[in-house]
Ligand binder design. Structure first.
Ligand SMILES: [Zn+2]
Length: 314
């Protein structure tokens, strides 16, 4: 076991958050511009922002909060740039050394030269804020967007060669995965890693269906797979990793509490999982916080959590 593994476990055993922050970790499910703490964003833009409800019923309720309280502050050139800088600072402060930052393709509209402006900004800000982080930009697509309109933005991003992966998110049950087959084919042809949210609110079979339909390499969430031995076996045999976000699942009323989070079942069934933040601005939990949450809930031992940490770095 190397030095970082020993220190990581020591940090958990001794409730030493500051030490835990210094150990290399990944965040592979991180929707920028929601990647920083709400209070940091509030201070940076000089505007009081109401906190999100402590319990939300679903993604629609979270989106309602975002539309009413954050959207106008983020969807403008200055607010967007500030939020991305803060997300990088947050990751750096938390010891994230590998960051797959998901950026909605809609954000190209904030730049006069569209995807070229977005890419130039991301190149510059990742270099100036966090050059030590392995920064893997991910192009994101929301199921809530009109597909024909989104195609105008996402194809140039895929074809740019800058983005390393693609992710589909938003309200999982409103549009079938087949509608995105063409976009994912093009992304595959351009060697992007293929990811999608599935099995967050959909059932276990929806995880297998989405992986097969879009030829996914990895799944964001996928926790419903824990309800089916058969789907878990299939995911294991196909080596599909799940990038889970425990606090997000609890706050969105999908899982009752940390003690009952299905990531334990998934890991016990041989599925490779990683621990991620989803939306720090909404859920207020960093990756270090999340490791403590799982440890304090006695869901995993410090040694097991170190395996999950290393999963993300590989
Ligand atoms: Zn997500």
């Amino acid at each position: 076991m190397n030095g970082n593994s020993i220190l990581f476990q020591d940090a958990l055993l001794n409730s030493d958050l500051e030490l835990l922050k210094t150990i290399p970790k990944s965040d592979l499910h991180n929707h920028a511009p929601l990647g920083s703490r709400l209070k940091d964003f509030s201070i940076a833009i000089g505007s009081e922002i109401p906190s999100p409800p402590s319990a939300m019923q679903n993604i629609a309720e979270m989106n309602e909060y975002i539309i009413n309280n954050l959207r106008s502050l983020i969807v403008n050139p200055d607010g967007f740039k500030t939020s991305i800088a803060l997300a990088l600072r947050q990751a750096k402060m938390d010891g994230i050394t590998k960051l797959e930052m998901s950026l909605d393709c809609q954000f190209v509209t904030l730049f006069p030269d569209k995807e070229i402006g977005l890419i130039n900004f991301l190149k510059q800000i990742s270099k100036s804020e966090a050059p030590e982080i392995q920064f893997n930009p991910e192009i994101g697509l929301s199921r809530n967007l009109d597909i024909a309109e989104a195609e105008n933005w996402i194809y140039p991003c895929i074809e740019s060669g800058y983005f390393k992966s693609i992710d589909l998110y938003g309200e999982e049950l409103i549009k079938d995965a087949t509608l995105y087959k063409n976009i994912y084919k093009v992304a595959k042809n351009h060697n992007l890693k293929l990811k999608s949210h599935t099995g967050e609110f959909g059932n276990a079979e929806s995880v297998r269906y989405t992986v097969e339909t879009l030829e996914l390499d990895e799944v964001q969430h996928g926790i419903s797979a824990a309800d089916s031995k058969d789907v878990m076996k299939w995911l294991r045999n196909n080596n599909i990793r799940l990038n889970v976000c425990p606090s997000s699942n609890i706050r969105l009323n999908r899982v009752q509490n940390m003690e009952q989070h299905p990531c334990r079942i998934l890991a016990d069934n041989g599925i490779i999982i990683t621990i991620n933040s989803d939306d720090i601005m909404i859920f207020d939990q960093s990756i270090s916080d999340e490791f403590f949450n799982l440890y304090n809930a006695k869901l995993f031992s410090a040694t097991e959590l170190n395996v999950l940490r290393i999963n993300g770095l590989q």
